[in-house]
Design a protein around this ligand. Structure first.
Ligand SMILES: *Cc1c(COP(=O)(O)O)cnc(C)c1O
Length: 393
């Protein structure tokens, strides 16, 4: 995704080989595309000699983990439940960070996670000892490096924006108990290309060398958009290698979006039409409930085979069936008029989609499915009324 409401021109996109009778709505992981992304992770780990973790906050899809496990070092979590998911379903290293931990959370995390990161001197003082209850647990400190490069959503997605909750600022960095800290952590990117990754690494080397020399590991966070066209992975690899050579530390990267970008779809059906100045097609998928970043970032998602309005001859606004007036996905054009039952395939729908969906309005949740590399279509999970009812208490 990009922070733009311009409709991408996907008129020449090749549609994935989905079954003609595919049930909708459905989030569909494209295993062949994921394999290409995993090859990038392999290359980074091999050539840069660093670790690569999956940030499960972006993509918590256990059915995909067998396709990722061999290519990654583990997972990183935003709290206890994601850490447990990583431990039970992914089964390699488990890292966890939260801006603050709830009472008792760190004691429980010490049994689940191998690497526990703290946000501030206050959090270290409050919970640091609890992290040490299991020998071998590594302790990290998240630093706010004061380096802004987030390409998405402006300050909304910039961890170094003014008044950000994330990471100890340079002003307080000497209040951290450096003798007890194993990992220096700096997450400040978001959908950043290699200039962001390289810039962050150089910025930490220049401004935080004295602290880097006190730890064994440096974690440069997520936001490295390594599989996005235009990202020069060679430049990242060179920067990581140079940093390792200069400081003799282990390096960790923990992208979410960058590992699953363009690796799957949200497939929807046209279920009806409306006319109000514009022609409007109503779908069984919804921006509000199924692709909340479309409204939050905001951005207009790619729709395979469609173009911006005014280009292909048949213009439509696409909207969801919720009662929220703003539940509009975007303005597109098509080569032929749309009809009820037409299947629409939105691209790049793996990161921050199903992990954020809701049952607002009683809207049915999409299937979770995998399109295997051999063309087999597997529905992993189908939701019904129970998924809606269960969350209401
Ligand atoms: C969100 C987040 C990530 C993953 O970010 P992406 O933009 O999905 O790559 C990694 N580390 C931390 C601490 C995060 O908050």
């Amino acid at each position: 995704m990009t922070s733009s409401q311009t409709t991408p021109d996907m008129s020449r996109a090749v549609l994935p080989p989905l079954p003609a009778d595919v049930a909708t709505p459905a989030y569909v992981l494209d295993a062949a595309a994921l394999a290409r992304n995993m090859a990038t992770a392999d290359r980074i780990r091999r050539e840069a000699g660093c670790k690569v973790l999956l940030a499960t906050k972006a993509f918590a899809f256990p059915a995909a983990f067998p396709l990722m496990r061999a290519h990654l070092d583990g997972t990183t979590a935003s709290g206890e439940y994601e850490a447990r998911l990583g431990r039970e379903e992914f089964g390699k290293e488990v890292h966890v960070y939260a801006p603050a931990y709830a009472p008792g959370e760190v004691a429980r995390l010490a049994d689940i996670a191998d690497h526990i990161y703290f946000n501030s001197p206050e959090q270290m003082a409050r919970h640091g000892a609890a992290a040490r209850t299991r020998p071998g647990v590594k302790v990290g400190a998240r630093i706010n490096p004061g380096y802004s490069n987030a390409t998405l959503g402006g300050p909304l997605y910039d961890p170094c924006a003014p008044n950000s909750r994330f990471g100890t600022t340079a002003a307080e960095i000497d209040q951290l108990p450096w003798g007890e800290i194993d990992i220096f952590h700096a997450h400040s990117l978001c959908e950043s290309l290699h200039d962001g990754s390289v810039g962050l690494i150089a910025h930490v080397a220049q401004n935080f060398a004295a602290y880097v020399r006190r730890v064994k590991t440096v974690n440069f966070g997520g936001g490295h958009f390594v599989n996005k066209p235009g990202y020069d992975v060679g430049k990242l690899i060179a920067a990581v290698k140079a940093f390792r050579a200069e400081f003799g530390v282990e390096v960790v990267l923990e992208p979410g979006a960058g590992l699953v970008v363009d690796a799957g779809y949200l497939v929807a059906s046209v279920i009806g039409f409306h006319h109000n100045v514009a022609r409007i097609a109503i779908l069984d998928a919804s921006a509000s409930t199924h692709m909340p970043d479309v409204l939050e970032v905001p951005y207009t998602p790619p729709l395979l085979g469609a173009g911006p309005s005014g280009v292909l001859g048949h213009d439509y606004l696409l909207g969801g069936k919720t009662c929220m007036t703003g539940d509009v996905i975007g303005a597109y054009s098509f080569k032929a008029p749309l009809a009820v039952g037409d299947k629409l395939v939105f691209g790049d729908m793996m990161q921050y989609s199903f992990v954020k969906n809701t049952t607002f309005n009683g809207t049915p949740l999409p299937d979770m499915a995998v399109l295997d590399a051999d063309g087999t279509y597997r529905v992993i999970k189908r939701y019904g009324y129970d998924a809606f009812r269960e969350r209401l208490g």
